[in-house]
Design a protein around this ligand. Sequence first.
Ligand code: PMP
Length: 409
Amino acid sequence: MRTFDKSNQLFERAMNVIPGGIPGHQSPTLLVFGQSPCFIERAEGPRFWDVDGNEYIDYMCAYGPMVIGYNEPKVEAAFRAQSQKTDTGNLPSERYVELAERLVEIIPIADWSIFGKNGSDVTSYALRVARAQTGRSKIIMAEGSYHGIGAWCISFDTGIMPGERADILTFEYNDTEGFKRLVEENKDDVAGVIITPFRHDAFHDSEMPAPGFHETIRKTCDDIGAIFIVDDVRAGFRMHMGGSLEQFGVRPDLICFSKALGNGHPISACVGRNALKDAASQVFFTGSFFTSAAPMAAALATLEEMEANDSIKIMYERGEMLKDGMLDQADTHQQEVSYTGPETLPFMTFKSEDGWERAKLFCQECYQRGVFFHPFHNWFISAAHTEEDIKKTLEVTDAAFKLVKEQMG
Ligand code: PMP
């Protein structure tokens, strides 16, 4: 029986000196509290080891940043080589220009790119660009979508005043008619629409875009002169190298990336069309670490590796293998599940009313047997997961389904 003693002790220490212990999405209270790891010791390829020495095949991939394996040799070599020369400095390095040029090359809509550290930096920046370009105030987003910790979008109220969200209008993801109505009521005031490539809200089955959904947003934005922003922070570089909407043949005006861009190194980017370049240059956007060179070297190496190895194709293949295997097992163990999202960012929920209890028991058993899933948040496949890893994972999930069936019927 695996234990999490050191993790739990460290969490108690954290609670003494850090508000909330581990605030936000990594809080152990969002896993199977007490029966899941809270702290990590090291990671390699598709695996990590917690502070109690337990090993896991990882399907959370740092919640997205790890895309071609932890500690990937070429990425880490590029990062180290650059750090030895300069990282955070008085001026940007050559990597800064190279990375912008690379993104402009890879991403069809991109004529320019600007860099930050976190996804929240660039989603908030994109809103300002839309407002600067149009001179309008209102932004349309899907209710419950996560775009970062900006007051304008966060769905938690503490410390946030209603005025901070005053110009944000929401509709239900995939409700094309609701979207059109909202636009009709506000059309002279809408600066932009921000949307994720598919619905991937936590505590919710994922939903692929309904046919015509992104097309409607594109056409509506064109009709009313608003800016179409895609928040590709989570899905970026896991669906298409050119931005996830390329998969659906729709092209937005601005795309926000972060997570996978640097294979774990802190970097984000907002890319956009030429028509927005003037407005983009007027928006004040800076940060002490925004031009740090080493994460940019890591991002360049990540993109190179992904292109050279067709990493997205590998992820889709592995993701499909996991999906087929798990759906078969769910059937065998008579569990009704929803397996949703693209194969590269899948999510599985149990359909019964006690769904989260089942999901927690399922995950708890997986932690015991060395596989790391999340009960409430979509999962991530990486190009470092081998067929052998998926096979091993499926042995574990089979045992986990069996246990859920035995204990919960
Ligand atoms: N947008 C999306 C779709 C995200 O998933 C996230 C992070 N989970 C963010 C924005 C914010 O990114 P960050 O946490 O790096 O600020």
